[in-house]
Design a protein around this ligand. Sequence first.
Ligand code: MIC
Ligand code: SF4
Length: 642
Amino acid sequence: MNLVQKIIKNHLKVGEMVTGREIGLTIDQTLVHDATGQMAMLQFEALGFPRVKTKRSLIYTDHNILQIGYENADDHAFLASTAKKFGIHYSKIGSGICHQVNLERFSVPGQTLLGADSHTTTGGAVGQLAIGAGGLDVAVAMGGWPFYLPMPAVMKIDLTGRLKPWSRAKDVALEILRRLTVSGGRGKILEFCGEGVGTLSVTERATITNMSIETGAITAVFPSDEHTRAFLKRQGREDDFTPLAADPDAVYDESITIDLSAIEPLAAAPHSPDNVQTVAEAAGRKVDQIAIGSCTNSSYEDLMTVAAILKGRKIPAHVSLVIAPGSRQVFQELANRGALADLIAAGARIMEVACGFCNGVGQAPKNDGVSLRTSNRNFPGRSGTANANLYLVSPETAAVSAISGVITDPRTFGQAITITPPKQFIIDDSLIVPPAPEAEADSVEIVRGPNIAPLPRFTALENAFEGEVMLTLGDNVTTDDILPAGAHILALRANIPAISKYIFSNIDPDYHLRQREAGYGFVIGGRNYGQGSSREHAALAPRYLGLKAVIAESFARIHKANLCNFGILPLEFVNPEDRGRIEKCHRLALENLSGLKAGQTLTVKNLTTGAGFEVKLEMSERQAELLKAGGLLAQAAGTAGK
Ligand code: MIC
Ligand code: SF4
């Protein structure tokens, strides 16, 4: 067996390991954060679970850290109280980005981790099966129910050779994206093998597994080896180590080979992570901003390298350099070793230990500005400035470019820098608050400020309905297109009526008004609809407004699951040419829905043109039942405690 199959076999609760068929997995660990946790906890409560049943569950506060109104602080008080009551560890503001802290303090080889965040995949760096999902799926996993997904195909990525000086793990992640594109990983888990694996540290592996989600893959996994043991030992957790690897004769569905020694410094040019070019090709473009951090590249090694490059140098007048350490541990290490002083002396602005600039919570670039970032997504508008140009690069490329003020190939800098981590990192978990003991849980009151709105309730699917085509969109629509990030919108994650006003706001600011007025609606998409984040609000809030079906050529996994969870029909064109015959404002109708079955074909009637076309229901029987019930909450609310 390959490593993915081994971990799945150990956690298989429902179904058979047949590629493409739905399986249900036991989940050992879960994580949510302060952009997804509010809904997850409201849903956990509504389902009636008394306490989490996982080995460990965590709530992190890392996304919504600006407090320009009461909303975020109220949300944090809500999350802290639910954590205390329901048996969850609560990582306080200032502790760090969920994926970085989870990797450092809680990752366990061979376990399953389900996170309400797409970059939960980071945990694959230690041989964990770490998967991102919508908040509702994580809520039910917290309650001990299985997590469902189609049995993945496993793609072997055979790493050969060794990276040349100045080529980094980020460049490997970008090379994978160059080859697979933002949809090439759909339905697959990427498993790394080969002699090149042993040349990469756990933090380098984490950069690669983190960005695997950008290919559409379910997740990515590295073997657990002596590097893993050393990493866990530095975290004072050697006891959590187990060696894990594929069998020597393991079989894979597909394989590709990447020669690490052939990888050059790369950049994802605007506006997609797969728009990859060499840094040498992009070199010379003037930059306005450099932003170093995010869950992709904010580790000790990353930031110590940046500090070593900047030491004794100054950034030019036209550049703004912002640096956000990924965890308090990293921040403390930088401070204790003098690296923080080097960063400040060079002219860097040190940001809070959090996601920050990565999803538009501060540091939005100027109009048409060029921003070089070490984060993982450069979708239009993600930075908070609709027309900004974001390049994704390694910390080395970012630091060297910060000194020159133009995109610069790091190989021109001189001798490469090697950082050796200390024997043991500073270990201080005092910002991670344990829950109340079970015996005291009943007396814990949940704190609900005015930003915590009640959950909307949805009714069962009608046998027939008609509605208006609200939008016709292209390929690779992201969840940032459906519901933008940015501080002012993120602050409303606990309030569906309020946040629904921002649905598709970068595409059509009046969408929410039109959808409300139209009653029921359809959205037409192309390939890979809903790629990117796990935010279930991109399904829940459109449903609240009246969206009943999305018809697309194909869907991204997490978003499709979210659509089913909230009772929006994800329908796939049988003949992709039909897509071009549908226009905005056409009226479409569907009937015979009460007997809905997975795999069936339905005829959609275009009432405006009189034509009909066929769509498929590519999903499991369980999901078809969810759709008929009006979503998972409607189907299961209040049943969990019984
Ligand atoms: C992101 O990077 O887009 C986010 C913000 O972390 C999201 C989570 C969210 O939108 O709630 C993700 O990646 O899932
Ligand atoms: Fe936070 Fe950005 Fe990572 Fe999302 S991608 S978890 S916003 S750092």
